[in-house]
Design a protein around this ligand. Structure first.
Ligand code: PAF
Length: 284
């Protein structure tokens, strides 16, 4: 059964009646198979799943187009319904606030910041973005009070921000990161892919292929990291990269001397579309 709720008050009273294990999947809608993989995992792990669809104004910068972000509630509900039919007897509560004030009442003044991660890598390109994400996720956690919450690892830095926030604030919520879902070509699924022309979609394959190339080059060997850096610098000669970096997978530090897991994080920009991707690898 799928229940749609449009106001915070209704959500709170629905949540108050839950006695069982609650999973939570926060999204901004415009759903694709990546989101559905989070929902499926949440349905497998929990008795009831809360699923939010809220385009959060606080995580958009002045040049990001908040107004133009695709709002596709009807199609999203259809996908959720279809997914639910494979999990008979489970309840999904979809929270799609009618207006931003449902989540952030007028004069709402809290900001949750996670300084460890907010001004590096993606944070340098999107000022205050991660504060906006942490603030909305905190607020949604406060309303939904889930036991488990699910996030896609495509936004790897976002995952680290939320995991750190929950740890810092001692919130009793398990944060679960789910693998990136890719097209057969390797392109990571993203709402942004719909903005790409056929040629750009072809060009976009360069992103994951470059990550794989570096990962294969490193081949799990720490000794190869310095050479990999040179390889990266050559790749970066193509001006379409916003960045392509090797960082520690837990701390996002640039210092990899003590790392046992590293992440390759990148943004490749085609026209005005910024495509994010990443992969994690063990090194010895
Ligand atoms: O990943 C997203 O869709 C958003 O950043 C999130 C986590 C739903 C917060 O608005």
């Amino acid at each position: 059964m799928v229940k749609l709720i449009r106001t915070t008050n209704e959500l709170i009273s629905c949540r108050d009646q839950e006695k069982e294990r609650i999973g939570f999947v926060p999204t901004m809608g415009n759903l694709h198979a990546g989101h559905i993989s989070l929902l499926e995992k949440a349905l497998r792990d929990n008795d009831v799943v809360y699923f939010s669809i809220f385009v959060n104004p606080k995580q958009f910068g002045p040049s990001d187009d908040f107004q133009k972000y695709p709002r596709t509630l009807e199609d999203d509900l259809e996908l959720i319904q279809k997914c639910n039919s494979n999990f008979e007897g489970k309840k999904i509560v979809v929270f799609a606030p009618e207006k931003p004030q449902e989540v952030f009442p007028l004069n709402y003044s809290q900001t949750v910041a996670v300084p460890t991660f907010n001004n590096i890598v993606e944070g340098r390109f999107r000022l205050n973005h991660f504060d906006g994400v942490a603030t909305v996720v905190y607020r949604l956690f406060e309303i939904v009070k889930p036991h488990n919450a699910y996030f896609g690892l495509k936004d790897y830095q976002q995952f680290l921000v939320i995991r750190q926030m929950v740890k810092d604030l001692a919130m009793p919520i398990e944060i679960i990161g789910m693998p990136i879902i890719r097209e057969t070509t390797g392109l990571a699924l993203s709402s942004r892919n719909q903005y790409l022309s056929t040629e750009q979609k072809q060009e976009a394959l360069n992103l994951y292929q470059s990550l794989l190339k570096i990962s294969n080059f490193i081949d799990g060997k720490k000794a190869k990291l310095a050479m990999a850096k040179k390889e990266i610098n050559t790749i970066l000669l193509d001006a379409k990269w916003n960045y392509l970096e090797m960082r520690d997978a837990e701390t996002m530090s640039e210092d990899l001397t003590k790392s046992s897991r590293i992440t390759l994080v990148a943004v490749y920009q085609l026209g005005s579309t910024r495509l994010l991707d990443n992969l994690q690898l063990e090194v010895k």
